[in-house]
Write a protein that binds this ligand. Structure first.
Ligand code: NAD
Length: 247
């Protein structure tokens, strides 16, 4: 039996499937990941949360990168991987998608917003770090366009940041709790496109495996969690998931 046949069989036999995705599921939509050759890390070292808070220069650099990246993200459409997940969700097979991505492509691929658990936040808006008041990216852009002025909260004067989770920033409690619950309740937990080296996110597949889910990892390269997996498929996500739908 081929790996794709095995995966199709696992999906057929499961009722509570959870997908766990990383930057790798969106590369086929033209959004670079972090760690692949040509990925974002080759160009820019990430700005961690303490640096963002401490330094106005770091904040300016973060907004510059954000607006550059936005050009790429804006034109991005869900690819075959997002769409197959959307179809399995519509068929009632997939309970939730836990994603480290901030690009909103699972929602565009057909998964209801409330069932996409964004553990690293959402890059489509900004918010105040003090009072959490939301601010649109367009509003930030207008302020920043005048001599790279940094946005501050209109309500409390606090620092405004994209609604994403940076390295060193606390994880969102409610999303992490929900992600862990979904992992515990799943019977099949499928990782697609994550290097699984970013913690605490990478603990979630371990929790699923420890609570009896079959763990499948689809990723171009090996990951440190491969020993926990019942099946690892080191190939392209689009080709793999579209192969499953043809079985
Ligand atoms: P990562 O860059 O560490 O790992 C991505 C993995 O996906 C790599 O191991 C790579 O080999 C694999 N991959 C890439 N394209 C693939 C494909 N088409 N088929 C199969 N495998 C493929 O990403 P990560 O694990 O998500 O962690 C990095 C962090 O960066 C995350 O927290 C995420 O929030 C953030 N990020 C998000 C986006 C996005 O929203 N699209 C983009 C870049 C980074």
């Amino acid at each position: 039996m081929s790996d794709i046949e095995k995966l199709a069989h696992f999906i057929d036999a499961s009722q509570n499937i959870v997908f766990f995705t990383g930057a790798g599921i969106s590369t086929e939509s033209g959004i670079p990941d972090f760690r692949s050759p040509g990925g974002l890390w080759e160009k820019n070292r990430p700005i961690d949360f303490s640096e963002f808070i401490a330094s106005e220069d770091a904040r300016r650099e973060a907004w510059r990168r954000k607006f550059n990246m936005e050009r790429v993200m804006k034109g991005a459409e869900p690819n075959i991987g997002h769409k197959v997940i959307g179809e399995l969700y519509s068929a009632g097979k997939v309970n939730a998608v836990v994603t480290q991505n901030i690009d909103g492509l699972h929602q565009l691929g057909g998964v209801a917003d409330e069932d996409v658990i964004e553990i690293h936040g959402n890059g489509t808006y900004a918010k105040c770090l003090e009072c959490h008041k939301k601010m649109s990216l367009d509003a930030v852009k207008k302020i920043f366009a005048v001599n790279e002025t940094l946005p501050t909260c209109s309500q409390c004067g606090g620092i405004v940041k994209t609604a994403t989770i940076s390295f060193g920033q606390a994880m969102p409690e409610e999303e992490m709790r929900r992600a862990e619950m979904e992992a515990i309740e799943s019977d099949l937990f499928i990782v697609a496109g994550s290097s699984l080296v970013v913690f605490p996110a990478a603990n979630i597949p371990v929790i699923a495996a420890q609570h009896g889910a079959k763990l499948v990892i689809i990723n171009r390269e090996e990951t440190p969690l491969d020993p926990y997996a019942e099946l690892t498929i080191n190939s392209e996500i689009g080709e793999t998931l579209s192969g499953v739908t043809k079985m």
